[in-house]
Design a protein around this ligand. Structure first.
Ligand code: NAD
Ligand code: UGA
Length: 467
């Protein structure tokens, strides 16, 4: 069986960029071209200064430095790259629909469909088309229909589902040491051949027994289910954080106690201000929509509760700041440490910080934001996108600062919204001294030492623990 020697990946985002960089590094015999219609993004991937790559991920720039221009290429020549490749990955965004049928829940598949139509149009030789984007179960059928009905005569397409399980902030490690790789394909001789060709690529660095082959539908669905189960754990522990605050139990102790049961496991039990990120909410809403559309109302309601609980947690955190500050934050300076949805990424999609800031601005607080990796324009763009108030008002009432310590001057409260490691290293004594007293800290990530900070004089709230 002839091995794959050229790959095209459509979509140079958080998944396409890191995934293809790792494939290029581990498979020097494969030419990997990542294409995108966004010229600015491609220019950033090609920037000589590797600190300007469009995505921040620990370990990414080193791999790009090693492979770019050797067997890894970033380009806007979408048609040319598809035509050249033997295997085409679709790694474009699949956001929640904002209009029409399924608005607010179903996945918007227009970008995926455009890719399929584009592949059909330009392919002159057989292609293996790989769904890397997260898609509703049975999307492969739609892609196949488009390819078979609009593709050039005599060209054969094999569709595989190969969902990505990397988490942002640890993408490179997740890719290099994946727990498993899932490959779904048709159970026909040509389907099996395609699955084996893709398996072979991953076998360049992963043991064979971690590569799982299934039918297409199981693979598509497993991705949604994995995200739903992960998010469900966070909502479960967050629901208990509220109960802990009411009963004087401590959520960290509860997490530890239940996590030591090997049937439950210790991971993903950190109570927080709420999960963010581009995928958990979108994928669960998608699952909710799919279940409902198959008439499974109880299944749909069950999973929707994970989102309801997450919204509650974000609201609860903001309400707690307001009620603790004597039920009024109007004109009070509140510093938000962290805007990214988790540490070690510059991604802010669905970050809890956006909603906390919005709630505080609604109460006319003076909000100051510091994040080590998120640029000022991104923070304003996130707020503007909520359409709660005018762009002018957002800029007038929220300030973005580059100096974290200065931010706290004359502040009434500080809220930790992202678990960046650097927050633990701050001189909290100095911060305390320059704040208005009583000085409050609201730790939405439980990363600071409560006893130590109380010793300094802070009034301290750690999520999931009574004040
Ligand atoms: P992203 O928005 O960062 O990147 C998608 C890219 O696709 C964009 O740069 C966009 O310009 C490009 N694009 C869209 N349509 C195109 C077209 N027709 N031709 C060429 N380029 C096109 O998205 P992402 O975070 O990389 O996510 C991509 C998919 O992977 C989604 O389905 C997501 O659910 C899934 N996923 C994401 C993560 C994650 O951590 N971000 C993890 C696993 C799976
Ligand atoms: C998640 C999954 O972990 C990946 O496997 C999946 O590929 C990806 O979604 C996707 O499909 O996009 P990601 O969203 O990048 O990855 O990051 P996570 O580490 O899962 O964190 C998500 C959110 O949950 C963050 O806001 C994080 O702070 C929060 N979280 C996580 C908690 O509040 N508590 C925890 O115990 C763990």
């Amino acid at each position: 069986m002839k091995k794959i020697s050229s790959i095209c990946c459509i979509g140079a985002g958080y998944v396409g960029g890191p995934t293809m960089s790792v494939i290029a590094k581990k498979c020097p015999h494969i030419k990997v071209t990542v294409v995108d219609i966004n010229q600015k993004r491609i220019d950033a991937w090609n920037d000589d200064n590797l600190d300007n790559l469009p995505i921040y991920e620990p370990g990414l720039k080193e791999i790009v430095a090693e492979t770019r221009g050797v067997n890894l290429f970033f380009s806007t020549k979408v048609d040319e790259s598809i035509a050249e490749a033997e295997m085409v990955f679709i790694s474009v965004n699949t956001p929640t629909k904002t209009f029409g049928k399924g608005k607010g829940q179903a996945a918007d598949l227009k970008y995926v469909e455009l890719c399929a139509r584009n592949i059909a149009k330009v392919a002159k030789t057989d292609k293996i088309v790989v769904e890397k984007s997260t898609l509703p179960v049975r999307t492969a059928q739609a892609i196949k229909n488009i390819l078979d009905n609009t593709g050039n005569e005599g060209v054969n397409f094999e569709i595989l589902s190969n969902p990505e399980f990397l988490a942002e902030g640890t993408a490179i490690q997740d890719l290099l040491h994946a727990d498993r790789v899932l490959i779904g394909g048709e159970e026909s001789p040509s389907g099996q051949k395609a699955k084996d060709l893709l398996s072979e690529i991953y076998q360049n660095w992963l043991p064979k027994d971690r590569i799982l082959q299934t039918n297409v539908w199981s693979s598509e669905l497993s991705k949604l289910v994995a995200n739903a189960f992960l998010a469900q754990r966070i909502s479960s522990i967050n629901s208990m954080s509220a109960l802990c605050e009411a009963t004087n139990a401590n959520i960290a102790e509860v997490s530890r106690a239940i996590g030591m049961d090997s049937r439950i496991g210790s991971k993903f039990l950190n109570a927080s201000v709420g999960f963010g990120g581009s995928c958990f909410q979108k994928d669960i809403l998608n699952l909710v929509y799919i279940s409902k559309s198959y008439g499974l109302q109880e299944v749909s309601d069950y999973w929707e509760q994970v989102i309801i609980m997450n919204d509650y947690q974000k609201r609860r955190f903001a309400d707690n700041i307001i009620s603790t500050l004597y039920n009024t934050v109007s004109g009070k300076k509140i510093v938000l440490y962290g805007w990214a949805f988790k540490k070690d990424t510059n991604d802010t999609r669905e970050s809890a910080a956006i909603y906390i800031a919005d709630a505080l601005l609604n109460e006319q607080a003076e909000v100051v934001v510091y994040d080590p990796k998120v640029p000022e324009e991104k923070i304003y763009a996130d707020l503007d996108a909520l359409n709660t108030r005018s762009e002018e008002e957002n800029r007038k009432n929220l300030t973005v600062v580059k100096n974290p310590l200065e931010a706290s001057k004359n502040a009434h409260a500080v809220a930790i919204l992202t678990e960046w490691d650097e927050f633990k290293t701050y001189d909290w004594k100095e911060i305390y001294q320059q704040m208005i007293k009583p000085a409050f800290i609201f730790d939405g990530r439980r990363i600071l030492d409560k006893q130590e900070l109380q010793g300094i004089g802070f009034k301290m709230y750690s999520i999931g623990e009574m004040d």
